[in-house]
Design a protein around this ligand. Structure first.
Ligand SMILES: C[S@@+](CC[C@H](N)C(=O)[O-])C[C@H]1O[C@@H](n2cnc3c(N)ncnc32)[C@H](O)[C@@H]1O
Length: 586
């Protein structure tokens, strides 16, 4: 009998499989970190983080320190369109895409602050599935909006119905709190152009606002006759009323805030001064003339890197500014784990927000690093630089993920990797055991703490009973210590204030070791038959080499163009997370 479904859910092949992630430590590459030579403003932020590596491992690495701390997450993942772009391969099949996104989104969601929100760019192909999956991860009541971004302004004539939009889906940890704390959208310079000052009004630029409203809910006080300075009489047109009671109108007239046109004989308008404009409540329609379009984004990238170093799918800076304007304030922490060319970080930096970005590709170094250096040195005059009145300053640190803590030796046993220096081992063990790495310069056996009185000591030594006794005496009755060592010669429960574990045995089954690639880059899918016409359009040189678990298959032209595509017939056999059980084998 078929299993009973007890809830509404999206299922897909491999949904029940989950990677058991190793919480890696991060290693700074000081040659690529960058800080401005001098402080430019009081709000300069130096603690920004750029991580090159797979974002699933990177998010796992950030999890302990940043859970509940991020104000705004923006991601622009590969859309699973099937096109092979120059800098990354977007051709991941449907179920696989959902699985890979799900584990990333779960960690991302946990990183958000109570008043935080996550914003996700996506197109029509995966949007409905992503929405349902997000409902499951975040809770349906956390959904805020599905914004429609007009990504192009010219007609797309090649399709049956031209595709001109994408979505930016928003979920908030606590939608009520988000609503109360989100910002209004500032008027764009173009919208502000309608404010003029033809009469040199000392109160500054202004615009006339029509004074009538729909008569539906009007009170009697909203129907009256108005006489203009020229003596012309006005009453509201049929079905309309004045937008205010007569007493309010008279007060505004005395204050010089009613405008009857140049000759004083037109319909009355209320004067609104630019200085009173607050911005407007965001809505879900984001037209390209307000937030930019893909063409503008490409031009911004060309201006930064030249045409040779272009990138296929950047977002315009003004689009990012719109998101950060709504969702953040200066000093807030912003995260983008599919950073691309670093638009999110560049805009966050110019807006005095703190940022964390993760990017897998080498463009992390060639593009993001270069771009952020230009922002810091104030030699990037493009994008939103002028809107933000950006003058440079601040900095960032460049990190890579440490290699896996455990390596297999020549007999196939898991051992601590030779690449781990003692301080790296201590930091890694702190992460694995849930301690904050904070070595005490005075006390050799304190490497970190989980609470003020619960400490950790990590060593590769073989500790004798005497050494343990000495440490136990120092720890005393008020504190407890976890000791992680290679071996020890004493009864494990001989000291009430010590817990002693052996490395690596104590952590062998915690997670999967030695796995570096959880990327969305799937070079080829097993079992997909090359299509007859592929040889013409898709030369195998376009496609990265197959990894050891898959056979290389050149994507069909249909797949390279995106849609429509055929379903892979062998998805059931696809190992979504290769080596999933390897920790158990050891
Ligand atoms: C659409 S682009 C983002 C563009 C970005 N919004 C911008 O304005 O430049 C998606 C990026 O995600 C990166 N990416 C894909 N899989 C990743 C992974 N597993 N870890 C980190 N980055 C990844 C790709 O290399 C690519 O640069």
């Amino acid at each position: 009998m078929a299993a009973k479904h007890t809830r509404l859910e999206l299922t897909w092949i491999g949904k029940d499989e989950r990677p058991r992630l190793e919480p890696r430590i991060l290693l700074e590459d000081q040659d690529l970190s960058y800080h401005s030579k001098a402080r430019v403003a009081r709000g300069d932020i130096y603690d920004n983080i750029l991580i090159q590596g797979d974002n699933l491992l990177a998010l796992k690495a950030l999890e302990r320190e940043y859970t509940g701390r991020i104000k705004c997450i923006y991601i622009d993942p590969p859309y699973n369109t099937g096109s092979a772009f120059e800098h990354y391969d977007d051709g991941v099949e449907h179920s696989l895409w959902l699985s890979l996104m799900r584990c990333r989104l779960e960690i991302l969601w946990s990183l958000l602050r109570e008043d935080g929100s996550i914003w996700i760019s996506i197109d029509d192909y995966e949007m409905p599935y992503l929405r349902v999956m997000l409902d499951e991860i975040c809770g349906r009541s956390s959904f805020v909006a599905s914004n429609v971004w007009q990504k192009r302004y010219s007609r797309e004539n090649r399709e049956a119905i031209g595709d001109v939009h994408e979505y930016i889906i928003v979920y908030a940890k606590n939608p009520m709190l988000f609503k109360a704390s989100r910002n209004k959208v500032p008027q764009t310079p173009k919208q502000l152009e309608v404010y003029k000052n033809p009469n040199n009004d000392p109160r500054g630029r202004w615009r006339p606002i029509p004074m009538t409203a729909q008569a539906g809910h009007a009170t009697a006080a909203q129907f009256y006759e108005i006489t203009s300075p020229s003596g012309k009489k006005f009453i509201p047109p049929e079905g309309r009323c004045w937008g205010m009671a007569e007493s309010t109108f008279e007060r505004l007239r005395t204050e010089g805030r009613i405008y009857f046109g140049k000759r004083g004989d037109s319909q009355p308008n209320v004067i609104r001064y630019l200085s009173e404009v607050e911005g407007y409540a965001p809505w879900t329609w984001w037209p390209s003339d307000e937030v930019g379009h893909t063409d503008q984004a490409k031009k911004e990238i060309h201006a930064l890197f030249g045409r040779q170093q272009a990138f296929d799918t950047p977002k315009p800076e003004s689009l990012m500014k719109r998101i950060l304007d709504i969702a953040t304030n200066p000093g807030d922490l912003v995260l983008d784990s599919f950073a691309g060319t670093g638009t999110t970080g560049a805009v966050a930096h110019k807006m005095h927000r703190q940022w964390i970005m993760v990017e897998l590709g080498d463009h992390c170094r060639t593009h993001i690093c270069t771009r952020l250096r230009k922002v810091i040195d104030a030699i990037d005059s493009g994008g939103v630089t002028n809107d933000c009145n950006w003058k440079g300053g601040g900095g960032f640190r460049y990190y890579r993920l440490a290699p896996s803590l455990l390596d297999k030796d020549k007999w196939g046993n898991w051992v601590v990797s030779k690449q781990y220096k003692p301080e790296m081992l201590a930091e890694a063990m702190c992460k694995l055991e849930g301690f904050r790495y904070a070595p005490d310069p005075e006390v050799f056996w304190i490497h970190g703490q989980s609470t003020e009185t619960d400490l950790i000591y990590v060593t590769t030594q073989n500790l004798s009973h005497e050494q343990l006794q000495f440490i136990s005496n120092q720890v005393g009755d008020e504190r407890t210590l976890l000791i992680c060592c290679s071996a020890f010669r004493a009864k494990p429960d001989a000291f009430a204030n010590l817990t002693i574990k052996k490395i690596p045995q104590a952590v062998l089954h915690r997670c999967e070791w030695g796995r570096d690639d959880y990327s969305l880059i799937v070079k080829a899918l097993p079992g997909s038959e090359p299509e007859a016409d592929q040889a013409e359009e898709g030369s195998s040189e376009d496609i990265p080499a197959a990894d050891s678990t898959t056979d290389a298959v050149t994507p069909s032209p249909a797949r390279r163009r995106g849609r429509p595509r055929r379903q892979s017939s062998t998805m059931q056999e696809l190992p979504l997370f290769a080596n999933f059980d390897q920790a158990g084998d050891a």
